[in-house]
Design a protein around this ligand. Sequence first.
Ligand code: ATR
Length: 281
Amino acid sequence: MAEAPRAFVVGHPIGHSRSPLIHRYWLRALAIAGSYEAVDVAPAGFRAFLDSLANAGWAGGNVTIPHKEAAFAALDRRDEAARVIGAVNTVWFEDGAPCAGNTDAYGFAANLDDFAPDWRAGARALVIGAGGASRAVIHALVGAGFRHVDLANRTLARAGDLAARFGASVHPASLEALDRLAPHADLIVNTTSLGMKGQPPLTLDLARARDDAIVVDIVYAPLHTPILEAARERGLTAVDGLGMLLHQAVPGFQRWFGERPKVDAALRAHIVADLARAGLA
Ligand code: ATR
């Protein structure tokens, strides 16, 4: 009998990852014999970890901070999203060879499909932040047909570099431009760490935002960030980052364990309960 498939999430540190909770929930719900383990690997050991995957019997796994770019550099069979984003969060095997993908853009879009289904009708977006998460968000927005993306970042040069990767529809700006740009946006997305537990809030004046604007935070710890509270007070649709985390996990689970799991209210409640135990929901 074939051994039950084993998958991992690798990062450093890894203790706060909620991926084991998500995948173990699905393994249980679908009665699949398999396991999902958190593995702490420091940067110096990451290449050796990747090289040992097949021999160690892993079906594949998730890659998180700080290894997403190193996984991209090390694995040359990549899906299109990984190529565009320049980072890898999911690894699996095909014909014995390791393959690398990025499911963050998919997760971002699927979360909006759940909580703001009209989002694809938008034409203009304001994205705040120019790190790895921002790349995934812009890839999703361009894929959904947004024609104009204002990209505001503390370090303007970083916004400029990222805009250059995506072409003429992405317009770099500094954070000082936020209040001027916000009223033009159908969709406003925070991809920075501002608003995360222990970080200062993102300050953004939503008074002149469009009445039908959608505000998204990819932060999910805490679940209710100051910018989402401000959006709700202003009567706007506000979408938290938890759904992106849940949906980005779906394609990996399907590859390792053979069934496509569902992101539903029960899974969300399971993770919200964990966030609440940590004082984050
Ligand atoms: P990730 O991969 O999660 O996107 P990252 O690559 O470290 O993480 O990017 C973090 C983002 O948050 C960047 O846009 C960063 O701005 P800089 O490019 O100027 O560093 C932004 N950020 C982090 N702390 C910030 C702060 N205190 N004020 C403004 N922006 C901040």
